[in-house]
Ligand binder design. Structure first.
Ligand code: AP5
Length: 272
């Protein structure tokens, strides 16, 4: 499973990512965490990112894309991942599309955590309190002034991704104002079709291509498949009529189910 969590600072991306990795055995890829680690270690990337992050601005696309390109190739990411904080700009999303395409991988879903901006400062303050109580160093960007910059960056540069992924049919929205468990339940409902069981392959079956329609039929709601059956029998009758006409006109009958170039043009590759 490969999922993106989208939302402004403090929306709950990290919190929900933790739930997803526990539930699905996938890894969390948080560019924010990776950059903070680089800053703490004083690596070249960290030195470049430090002041940018402290201002609440976005680190350049080429830096984060290179980090993610390297990370998704690691063995622990093979089973899937939840992207938390990446992509954050349209060029990052396009780079991700390319990276996944080159590897023959696809996204299952992009989940937007919808929250009222008014709540975000309270959440950040709560995190500061929690981290302080645990004796942890608080984040240099967790303060009201920098939060304004982070929110501005979200609105200007990241929010357009909602349209980007909606146009690809990948976007799911959840109410991020709900309690943590409720948000998790909403996400589970969105992801349920993404991990619907595939049709079991029978011994001796040669091609997975044959199993695909069966899996689709299993996943389809009953009412749809009844309508589908009606459409199918109408289509079969139309094929027979055409075949009879063709025979009358001196052409051989068209094999039922044989594809015309028109049929092929209509074929839409399945997602998943
Ligand atoms: P990053 O680390 O990604 O921070 P962020 O997006 O600002 O998000 P946060 O980590 O603050 O919040 P979250 O949504 O994960 O919420 P959380 O679960 O922690 O990025 C930091 C910086 O790195 C950026 O500003 C940028 O400079 C740079 N960067 C990172 N990625 C980049 C990229 N791709 N491109 C360029 N630059 C990049 O929750 C927050 C608090 O709320 C917690 O206390 C939590 O307990 C609580 N909470 C969570 N859910 C709920 C709930 N449902 N109800 C009540 N409380 C809740």
């Amino acid at each position: 499973m490969r999922v993106i969590l989208l939302g402004p600072p403090g929306a709950g991306k990290g919190t929900q990512a933790q739930g997803l990795i526990a539930k699905h055995g996938i890894v969390q890829l948080s560019t924010g965490d990776m950059l903070r680690t680089a800053v703490a270690a004083g690596t070249p990337v960290g030195l470049r990112a430090k002041s940018i992050m402290e201002r609440g601005e976005l680190v350049p696309d080429d830096v984060v894309v290179a980090i993610i390109a390297d990370r998704i190739d690691q063995p622990d990411a093979k089973r899937g991942f939840v992207l938390d904080g990446f992509p954050r700009t349209v060029p990052q999303a396009e780079a991700l599309d390319r990276l996944l395409g080159e590897r023959g991988l696809k996204l299952d879903a992009v989940i937007e955590l919808k929250v009222d901006e008014g709540i975000l400062l309270q959440r950040i303050e709560k995190r500061i309190a929690d981290m302080t109580a645990r004796g942890e160093k608080i984040r240099s960007d967790d303060n009201p002034e920098v939060l304004k910059g982070r929110l501005f960056a979200y609105r200007e540069q990241t929010a357009p991704l909602v349209g980007h992924y909606a146009s690809k049919g990948l976007l799911g929205r959840v109410d991020g104002m709900a309690a943590v468990d409720d948000v998790s339940a909403q996400i589970s409902r969105i992801l349920a079709p993404a991990k619907a069981p595939r049709a079991p392959r029978k011994a001796g079956r040669k091609s997975t291509a044959k199993a695909a329609p069966k899996a689709a039929a299993m996943a389809a709601p009953k009412s749809k498949s009844r309508a589908g059956r009606r459409r199918k029998s109408k289509a079969a009758m139309a094929v027979k009529r055409t075949a009879r006409k063709g025979a009358r006109a001196g052409h051989g009958p068209r094999r039922p189910g044989a594809k015309t170039s028109q049929d092929s043009a209509k074929t839409v590759p399945g997602g998943g």
